[in-house]
Design a protein around this ligand. Structure first.
Ligand code: ADP
Length: 432
């Protein structure tokens, strides 16, 4: 500070005046009085400048500062420069904010900022329309008090924002909204709200169509299969000449029956069945009985089908769905493993997961097919696989069932060596 030229000038001037006045005072033999008068005068002068500064900052709204010599002049000047810069920054910031406001106002999607506790901090016009909010009343309110749909409360409690949530709008239940939440710092979350009514209805129409067609096909198929069973060439010798076509018709009718059953199961899984019906399932018993069925299905292939149980944990799940998923994996292993092959089924757990593993030493799958295996009707070799009796929906059902139980499917395979299908159920308090 003392190196500053204004300070140095101020100091030297003061010392010079004190020296001169002290000298004059000494002529009258009153040095102390003269010096005291000068110091007092200097104090008064400083107080005057201080009061001008106070007046400029707090009382007058003048842009330009008062004019003063020396250090005070420099102080006024620096304050003025800073104030001007601050005004400029403020202007810039206001321009950015109003640009941001204009762009979010033009957004069709609702955007909202909420705190960690769910208090609404800001929302745009589209959110107000989609959720029926009023800025004057709802800013500061907790979003969970305004959106009371049970799915939203559950979604919020789980705090797993990996997937968006679909719920009806509180303004009009015919409007379907998709909410996605992104935490972006310790205390803030961005909520994006989209109107997905059209997509939702199209999806519903598709699901209903598949479910209705499958349902309508069931009755005629049951009749056809029933009559074909009656027309058994073994029981009616006069049908011997048409035995082959009759057997083929019977086989194809049975395949169609399985296809219809699988389609019905998939559309049931699509329509998100209620998880309240879940009960504790003994996975050891379930896999044991599936293995027994698989041995019967394997028949003359003489495969070695072994079940290895490493845990007794019961899973809270839908028994029907798990049976269907695990059966599909085990029956696929039987289908795609040649005679005398080996199939191992494991039930085990590690630190984080419960795992059902189905391992075979069959034909294996080329790596480029693996990501697509769980698509509906995707087959590695469609002609050959259809002849093995599969519907092409097995792994799609497995994926859906596992998703429904918050589990995942992992597939490892190498051609000629075999495949391993792992169902991984992350450990959490609702599962075991
Ligand atoms: P599919 O009814 O045709 O078996 P899936 O959806 O169950 O239909 O299986 C899709 C495809 O994945 C099958 O067509 C088959 O090519 C392949 N696949 C499934 N499981 C195995 C396995 N254990 N070994 C080799 N390939 C398999």
């Amino acid at each position: 500070m003392w190196k500053n030229r204004y300070w140095q000038a101020e100091l030297w001037t003061l010392l010079f005046i004190l020296f001169v006045v002290g000298l004059i005072g000494s002529l009258f033999n009153k040095t102390a009085v003269f010096v005291a008068v000068i110091i007092f005068g200097y104090l008064v002068w400083n107080l005057i400048q201080l009061s001008r500064l106070f007046h400029w900052i707090f009382v007058s709204k003048a842009i330009y500062p008062p004019v003063a010599p020396g250090v005070w002049g420099e102080i006024f000047n620096q304050l003025y420069i800073r104030q001007r810069k601050h005004r400029k920054d403020l202007k810039k910031l206001n321009a950015i904010i109003s640009e941001f406001r204009d762009s979010t106002r033009a957004l069709k999607e609702g955007a909202m900022i909420i705190s960690n506790l769910g208090e609404i901090r800001w929302f745009n016009k589209a959110s107000a329309k989609l959720l029926g909010l009023k800025p004057s009343v709802d800013i500061g309110q907790r979003l969970f008090n305004l959106l009371r749909h049970p799915d939203f409360i559950e979604y919020e409690a789980a705090r797993d924002y990996g997937k968006p949530l679909n719920i009806p709008s509180p303004v009009d239940t015919n409007i379907m909204l998709s909410l996605s939440i992104t935490p972006y710092n310790e205390d803030q979350r961005l909520v994006i709200i989209r109107d997905v009514t059209e997509k939702y209805h199209l999806e519903r129409v598709r699901q209903d169509f598949v479910a209705n067609v499958s349902h309508e096909l069931r009755t005629p198929l049951t009749v056809i299969t029933g009559y074909l069973e009656m027309l058994d060439p073994e029981m009616n010798p006069n049908l011997k000449s048409v035995a082959k076509p009759l057997n083929m018709m019977h086989q194809q009718a049975l395949n169609m029956g399985h296809l219809v059953d699988d389609l019905l199961l998939l559309s049931k899984l699509d329509s998100k069945v209620d998880s309240n019906g879940h009960k504790a399932i003994d996975i050891n018993l379930l896999l044991d009985s599936i293995c027994a069925e698989a041995r019967a299905f394997s028949g003359e292939k003489n495969q070695q089908i072994l079940f290895h149980s490493h845990t007794n944990t019961m899973l809270k799940a839908s028994e029907k769905q798990l049976r269907s998923a695990f059966s599909n994996l085990v029956f696929n292993a039987v289908r795609y493993t040649p005679a005398n092959g080996k199939i191992d089924i494991y039930w085990q757990e590690d630190e984080h997961n419960y795992i059902v593993k189905v391992k075979d030493n069959g034909q294996g799958i080329e790596s480029q097919h693996i990501p697509r295996l769980t698509e509906r009707f995707y087959r590695v070799d469609s002609g050959r696989n259809r002849s093995q009796g599969g519907t092409g929906l097995g792994l799609a059902i497995v994926k859906h069932v596992l998703e429904y139980h918050n589990a995942t499917l992992q597939i490892e395979s190498s051609v000629g060596k075999g495949s391993c299908f792992c169902c991984i159920f992350p450990k959490n308090k609702d599962l075991a």
